[in-house]
Design a protein around this ligand. Structure first.
Ligand code: ZN
Length: 95
């Protein structure tokens, strides 16, 4: 018999079959929300959420973390003027 994995939201609610749960992945650079996927939900870095309210709470926590790390980290340059790839073919050589 297959064990039914138990999913628990960040708020402590446990998933039931009828719930419309969603998934989220966060990092220092982004936050991503995804539709429920039982396989994905088993992965360690994926956060399971019981609904929109907890998704909103997670988003706001991420924004807070990002803001906090802004003060700690030296701001990185946004535009990359130096690293623009040049096409191999330069000016057309006359035959
Ligand atoms: Zn929740």
């Amino acid at each position: 018999m297959a064990a039914t994995p138990l999913f628990t939201c960040t708020c402590g609610v446990q998933k039931k079959t009828s719930n419309h749960w969603i998934l989220a992945v966060t990092s220092a650079q982004d936050v991503k929300f995804m539709p429920w996927d039982a396989k994905l939900a088993l992965e360690d870095h994926v956060i399971v959420l019981c609904g929109e309210r907890c998704a909103a709470a997670l988003l706001s926590r991420c924004l807070g973390d990002w803001k906090a790390s802004e003060y700690a980290a030296v701001p990185a340059p946004v535009a990359s003027a130096a690293a623009s790839p040049q096409p191999a073919a330069a000016a057309s050589a006359a035959a």
